[in-house]
Design a protein. Structure first.
Lengths: 202, 181
């Protein structure tokens, strides 16, 4: 009875319904899923990896993996939870691969941007003039740096909670953690963000 | 800080932060949330911490809103055709092979033959055992009949042959009047 109520809960998810149609061979249903999640996935990967080209590649790979597994799909979670679990794993693998390949940059930051390592305005630069109001682009760079300072799981938790509105339970399903662990993860992440950004807050 | 005041340990600070964040995230149960609200109204440092957490959290909205490019969907859907037409990948081949085997009924037939072979083998073994029992019984009877021979085998083995045994067993023809040497 419990498992039946759980599966009923997920069946009410419209994205799960679409995926079940994809399982039956409905191509149009898959197009709808792509349309619904493409921006969210690309945005997620971009904020995780700060490279737009890689973000689109990984978003596409996520969709392909969903499509390949359509025949054995079973709704055991919300569709978005499953989708972002795949996305998180891909992002983590990409970061691990990039870390192994990373070389010491010999060029300036502007040239480093070309290779997708992200432009960085050192926080110290702004710290020299703490009373100066930062413009929006500088704020954005500072926030990006603060987000970069987080660990992979912390960053995923922050992005999913902030931009996907996921609950601790859903985030736990994505990361394979319990709600208590997610609570701890997010509190540390937000503590770090506060420490990094507080000086820029009036 | 006086000696009487308990020092705030790091786990306490972390627990308080976690509770505060859970409250701000709306992840607290009703009674705990009410308790936190009461604390926030009377605890200024705590309220300042909550405000700082909230404001820095809102700063995340300054991150650029990045979406998929115009041709993303078309590229993604086009790549699906590659999946459909590409020969089976090594990873998928095993799955597809098993499915085809199952669906074609070959597997069913093979299982059926295996079961039949097992039954026949069992039947053969059972028949073999049943027919072997009388032979064993006959062997036992024969052995019992030859038991005296077996008991004195160590004496009989000294005899040259069976004829000698027979000669010894026959009474000797002796003249009562003849003196023995």
């Amino acid at each position: 009875m419990v498992s039946q109520s759980l599966s009923n809960q997920y069946l009410s998810d419209p994205d799960v319904q679409l995926m079940l149609l994809v399982k039956e061979g409905d191509h149009a249903a898959f197009e709808k899923l792509v349309d619904r999640f493409q921006d969210r996935l690309v945005g997620f990967f971009f904020h995780m990896l700060r490279d737009r080209v890689v973000a689109e590649d990984l978003a596409q790979e996520t969709f392909l993996r969903v499509y390949r597994s359509r025949e054995r799909y079973e709704p055991k979670a919300r569709f978005s939870t499953w989708l972002f679990r795949i996305a998180h794993n891909l992002a983590s693998n990409q970061k691990r691969g990039s870390a192994r390949r990373r070389e010491i940059p010999l060029t300036s930051d502007s040239q480093a941007n070309e290779f997708g390592t992200g432009g960085r305005i050192p926080a110290d630069k702004s710290a020299l003039m703490p009373t100066r109001q930062l413009d929006s682009s500088e704020v954005r760079e500072v926030v990006k740096d603060a987000l970069d300072s987080l660990g992979d799981r912390q960053r995923t938790a922050v992005l999913l909670h902030k931009f996907e509105g996921m609950s601790y339970q859903d985030i736990g399903d994505v990361l394979g953690l319990g709600t208590v662990a997610v609570k701890s993860l997010l509190s540390r992440a937000r503590g770090k963000l506060r420490e990094a950004l507080e000086r820029y807050v009036n | 800080m006086s000696k009487d005041q308990p020092q705030t340990t790091k786990p306490d600070v972390e627990d308080e932060l976690a509770d505060l964040v859970a409250y701000l995230d709306g992840e607290m149960d009703e009674p705990s949330a009410e308790l936190m609200e009461r604390r926030l109204t009377s605890d200024n440092p705590l309220r300042q911490r909550a405000d700082a957490l909230d404001v820095t959290w809102q700063l995340l909205d300054s991150l650029e809103d990045v979406g998929a490019s115009g041709e993303f969907a078309q590229k993604t859907l086009s790549s699906l055709e590659t999946i459909e037409t590409t020969p089976d990948s090594p990873q998928d081949f095993g799955t597809r092979f098993k499915r085809a085997l199952f669906q074609s009924g070959v597997l069913h037939n093979a299982i059926g033959w295996l079961v039949l072979a097992f039954l026949l083998a069992s039947l053969g073994l059972t028949i073999g055992r049943l027919t072997a029992r009388p032979q064993r019984a006959n062997d036992d009877v024969q052995m019992l009949q030859q038991l005296p021979l077996l008991k004195h085998y160590h004496q009989y083995r000294l005899l040259p042959d069976a004829d000698f045994l027979q000669d010894v067993s026959l009474p000797a023809e002796v003249d009562p009047g003849e003196e023995l040497p």
